[in-house]
Write a protein that binds this ligand. Sequence first.
Ligand SMILES: Nc1nc2c(ncn2[C@@H]2O[C@H](COP(=O)(O)OP(=O)(O)O)[C@@H](O)[C@H]2O)c(=O)[nH]1
Ligand SMILES: [Mg+2]
Ligand SMILES: [Zn+2]
Ligand SMILES: [Zn+2]
Length: 398
Amino acid sequence: MFKVKCPHCYHTIDRRLLWFVCTGHPVAGSEKCEKRFNRLRQNQTGYRVEMYPAFGPTRPLWRSPSRWWRTPRTARCPYCGGQTGQHLCPRCNTPLPSGFGRGSSPLIAIAGARSTGKTVYLTVLTYRLQHAMNTRFRADVLPVGDDVTDWLKTNQRLLFENGDLPEFTQQPDGRSEPLIFQWRRRSSRLRRRFRTDVISLLDTPGESLSTRTRADELQYLGNVDAFIVLLDPLSLPGLQQKIKVADGTPIAEENALQVLSQVTGALRRREGRPEETLIDKPIAIAFAKIDLLREHLGADHALFRQETEDPWYDETAGEALSTSMRGLLHEWGAAELDIHLESNYQTYRYFALSSLGRQPNYAANKIAQEGVSPQRVTDPLEWLLTYYRLIPRRKTRG
Ligand SMILES: Nc1nc2c(ncn2[C@@H]2O[C@H](COP(=O)(O)OP(=O)(O)O)[C@@H](O)[C@H]2O)c(=O)[nH]1
Ligand SMILES: [Mg+2]
Ligand SMILES: [Zn+2]
Ligand SMILES: [Zn+2]
């Protein structure tokens, strides 16, 4: 019950044993600490930076009963006596968001083949998280860390202001830094209290799942709490013949079943799970780019239903959409996908979304002139967040 995962290095840490970092404000009469290059942080995360001294708890746990339940909120720097409230991960020395370790901190991986639209999806999803989910669920949403803020700024400007589609994502080691957000909201049980949780979103290219076979490399996968597997509907062989697509339309490099089997395989290898049990991590199967299907299915199809503004996740509508998606899979001759999920996962649900809402101009590598009009991009995230009680869910009728 004291175990939490560092959102930066994915190691499991004890939330009573968090480290601190000096803030560079000494007590009167002491000399100011100096910033030094932190080797541990670079080794663990690849991030090279100079920091004030990092330090851990000075007394063992059994000697300090106040820490049996949680880390103290503040500590004094052993070098300059200055007070600090900034927690660090003991394994990678990266600053942790305030409130870390008290709420939940789900790490959600977005997996999918190259060219499925993961980078575009993450850009639009995080934008909606900051500008739509926050007001809808009355949550204060803040990006955590300078590199996260930079990523958001760069990618959002590129897409929403310049209208450019992302360049090919280069991830030589197959792992990127997670995008971390603090999510602070009134507690649903104790209305006068607020609770702070941490949401981490991680881009996981499909090819990295198939090549990263060494156990330590798969370490982070075991620490992923939930998956959003993004699939390109055009990569379903049965659908390719049914719809006409413009020249230059990119198609994911691997088909949907291959991507899913990679995720399943990696999870099984990582956990050494016997084949006869089901994987219990919730997995959202999201078909991206459904704007491409509008003509084929007709704009009135259930897949294109309006989004709601209710401050809860609508369980009934979510299930209904998942059922119609399952029906379509069977129609398109992709029943094996459904069978794979049913035979490997305890909890899964289908989603259909479009990050851009319209077909881009492929030749120019630009979005459509009308701009971006995302459809249902936050559905999978909302569904997953209900599992951690970050947002409420309701069943409705009709
Ligand atoms: N029609 C349509 N195309 C999309 C959408 N999102 C992404 N794409 C296309 O997919 C391409 C690849 O997107 P990207 O995010 O770079 O894919 P990644 O390799 O999975 O990160 C983009 O250049 C777009 O052409 C969408 O919502 N609708
Ligand atoms: Mg990408
Ligand atoms: Zn100090
Ligand atoms: Zn860490």
